[in-house]
Write a new protein. Structure first.
Length: 563
């Protein structure tokens, strides 16, 4: 959720590119004789516009029609030297007026086929990415493929409605007249999401303090919107295109900065970092409280069952007390550990973000500071991902999605990812670390029926663990067929190794490895515990074979077909 929040802030840079993508050559209009005569014969033109679409075009508190698109229209008006009258209404009415030629055109329209019988379309007027907003609790929505059977609200007769239908026919469309109507349906849980342009969606949820909503994903807008012009007046279309092309990039940027509140001259690093820290802390506290509530509900149910049998009452109470004490100890240890693990990357983010504000930095220094901030952010994200996965496992909310998975595809994906990651690590530590994946004839044609994401997650935990404890040497990944129904996979390293006594405890939650010098390696101590639970969930077993200073082999079995 933290990353998605930062992504939402970053997405406005995409909007900047969208506005700047319409190329301009000159602010001087070179009109021919017919075009000049047309302007002399028409002292004003009339455009219809959706006045419910902030910050692009809407009615402000003073009752005036305003917005980013309106400012662009006023620039066109200035270029042409004639008045442009705007008739505001909702989108359905605005489009209908244009299609019936009751007005000269409609602002912020896309060139859909069904509109071309009545309208022509100018050059790109404004390009805003598309986005879907959903409830913040919907963690499984990352694209159209996750919306099967979902109810998604889109404006009637809009390009957004067409995109949703084309991308996934299994989505149920709910037609709306305004985005406010769609937001209200989402808040009352009558729909699962609202799909429209990013800027208006983000404007509504941020200005209305709708913290329970989020931007679930963003889609690139390759075409952009323009002005739909009545198709019986080709001269007007030509005039408008010349006016649009005459608007300079500086003028577009000035308008964009005003309405999208994007000011590169100012440094908002401290603000973003502060929000980031608050969200991380709230996330950890919320996840822990949620996990404890689940545990308390389960224990209460167990005690109610046990209390029906009187002879076990005393033993049950003693056991519950001991578990509560142990849970409290684990909670204290967990929070103490998290305080340290979170503080380290956050200090790096805050410290180097402050340094970036200095004006006398070289490009090399800025690049180095950015790299440190990125690395610290990734460490913090990895820690939060572990906490989320662990909380889901504790609460019993982990689900598996079974499908056919070629094993060779999984191994090749891992090689692509870790060849890059390890090469980056070697550039920093100036050491030698070789990463190998062994694919023999025995496993090259195996098709697993399992959860591909969970298999990759198990491998990722084990490989990251190997990288952490192997300063130099080799890391090998491979597998073999145990029998016709079972496959064994492994991750082998030549790193630190694990003592015999720790091998028994290594898969327990919050367990962390110490080396021969009693140095504790960083991390939450959750990774191997999560890997163990995922292997069990897929119907397999996991174990380790290791010798101090010689390395470790983490192996796990899974059935070829998960039932």
């Amino acid at each position: 959720m933290v990353i998605r929040f930062l992504n939402a802030l970053f997405l406005f840079s995409i909007i900047i590119l969208g506005i700047g993508s319409c190329r301009t050559d000159s602010r001087i209009l070179e009109l021919n004789g017919i075009e000049k005569q047309w302007l002399e014969a028409h002292p004003f033109i009339v455009f219809a516009v959706d006045n419910t679409y902030p910050p692009l075009n809407y009615i402000n508190k003073q009752g005036n029609l305003t917005g980013l698109n309106i400012d662009l229209v006023r620039l066109i008006e200035k270029r042409l030297g004639i008045a442009i009258r705007l008739e505001g209404s909702n989108w359905d009415i605005a489009l209908e007026k244009a299609m019936k030629h009751e007005v000269d055109g409609v602002i912020n329209a896309s060139a859909l086929e069904e509109r071309k019988s009545k309208l022509n379309f100018t050059n790109g007027f404004f390009r805003d990415p598309y986005a879907l907003i959903s409830h913040r609790t919907d963690l499984d929505i990352s694209g159209f493929q996750d919306l099967n059977g979902k109810r998604i609200a889109t404006k009637k007769n809009s390009i957004h409605q067409q995109i949703v239908t084309n991308q996934n026919p299994k989505i149920e469309i709910v037609e709306i007249s305004t985005l406010t109507e769609g937001i209200n349906l989402l808040l009352s849980q009558k729909v699962d999401g609202v799909f429209d342009d990013l800027a208006p969606l983000y404007y509504i949820i941020s200005n209305s303090n709708l913290s329970n909503l989020k931007v679930a994903f963003v889609e690139t807008n390759t075409e952009g919107s323009s002005i739909g012009v009545r198709n019986d007046d080709l001269v007007l279309l030509s005039i408008l295109n010349k006016a649009i092309n005459s608007i300079s990039e500086d003028e577009k940027m000035t308008i964009q900065n005003r309405w999208l509140s994007f000011t590169p001259e100012k440094d908002y690093t401290l603000f973003y970092v502060t929000i980031f820290i608050l969200i991380v802390l709230l996330l950890i506290i919320g996840l822990w409280s949620w996990s404890l509530k689940i545990v308390v509900k389960r224990k209460t149910f167990q005690l109610n069952e046990e209390l029906q049998q009187r002879k076990f009452t005393e033993a049950a109470l003693v056991k519950a007390k001991e578990e509560a004490i142990q849970s409290d100890k684990l909670k204290s240890a967990f929070l103490a550990n998290m305080s340290h693990e979170i503080r380290t990357p956050l200090n790096s983010i805050i410290g180097f973000s402050g340094l970036l504000a200095e004006s006398d930095l070289s490009n090399e220094e800025r690049a180095n500071y950015n790299k440190i901030i990125s690395s610290s952010s990734n460490s913090l994200l990895s820690l939060i991902d572990d906490i989320i996965d662990f909380s889901k496992i504790e609460a019993g909310y982990i689900e598996i999605n079974i499908k056919e998975v070629p094993l060779i595809n999984v191994l090749n994906d891992l090689k692509t990812i870790y060849d890059f990651e390890i090469s980056e690590k070697l550039d920093v530590i100036k050491s030698h670390l070789e990463f190998n994946i062994f694919i023999n004839d025995e496993i090259s044609n195996i098709i697993l029926v399992t959860d591909e994401i969970r298999i990759k997650q198990i491998f990722t935990i084990l490989i990251n663990n190997a990288i952490k404890f192997t300063k130099s040497g080799t890391i090998n990944v491979g597998g073999k067929l145990i029998d016709k129904n079972t496959i064994q996979l492994f991750v082998q390293d030549t790193g630190l190794g694990i003592s015999k006594e720790n091998q028994v405890l290594i898969f327990d939650r919050f367990m962390k490895i110490e080396d021969n010098n009693d140095n504790i390696y960083r991390g939450a101590g959750l990774g191997l515990s999560i890997a163990k639970h995922l292997v069990i969930l897929l119907g397999g077993t996991i174990w380790v074979e290791s010798e101090l200073n010689k390395g470790s082999i983490f192996s796990f079995t899974i059935p070829k077909k998960v039932n």
